[in-house]
Ligand binder design. Sequence first.
Ligand SMILES: [Zn+2]
Ligand SMILES: [Zn+2]
Length: 305
Amino acid sequence: MADLVRSDAQPSPIATTIDLLGDRLTVAILRDAFVDRIHRFGEWIDRTGAPPAVLSARLVALTESGLMERRPQLGGYDRHDYVLTGLGLATWEFLVSVWTWQREWSVDGLLQPEMVHVDCGRRGPPEMVCGHCRSKVRTQDARLEVNPDLLVTATGGSRRRSTRSSPALSRADLQFTEVMEAIGDRWSAMVTGLSLSGVRRFGEFQSVLRISPTTLTERLTRLCEAKILTRIEGGREYALTPRGRALFPIFAFLLAWTQTAHPDVPPELLGPRLRHHDCGAWLEPTLSCRGCDTVLDRTSIAFEY
Ligand SMILES: [Zn+2]
Ligand SMILES: [Zn+2]
């Protein structure tokens, strides 16, 4: 049985997000732009070690997707700076979630920046709360609701960008590989999302995703190798490991940013959505400071290495 592939279909907004942000070099570019205000091609080359053609392609993608803006350099002939737009800056909660996960669960994670709440001075990971009811949201507190009719465009025609064949990158950026096993392609992201909602059985993944057994087996195996899932019940079920469960904010903010990036698309057409059990509302994930319990915004935080 072949995967459902309809190359003529427009990818759903969430699929577009996964294609764009489920890429370790792109996340490294955004981190350098965000934390160190890097805006020149040569500086990214020095930091990431990416081949120029590859870096160039990622910057074009970021520009075309509206996350960055090309500005002529002052006195720089035909050279350009790449500056984050409002939409690019709006990835901050996703980025903070990725760095927080890396710092906690990855061997070299301390190479990633740590968040500081400027107002109270607390340094350390924030907490994810519900934007409606302000209560803390853990993995088991929300459920992914999937509209099967949207799944063809959520996953069909998927570009499989193998993390194994990517160009050599610096040590700090190689660790993004572990996160990218979970969100680096559309099928893996959907399997991870359903796992976060409590789906465990092979047949259940298969019936919700309408995925071929071969593709599903391959993704489940990779997620087990990455220690995001583990086989239980004599191998008949797949459960999230603690490091897998900790991916939840990353996933929630990927969905939330997708809504920000597509303000004209009705939310029900964006792709899968998370509902918060406690208050019944669609989850609007929000970051809160663990020190002073204040909801964080981008201008009230800083980053330190
Ligand atoms: Zn709530
Ligand atoms: Zn604080």
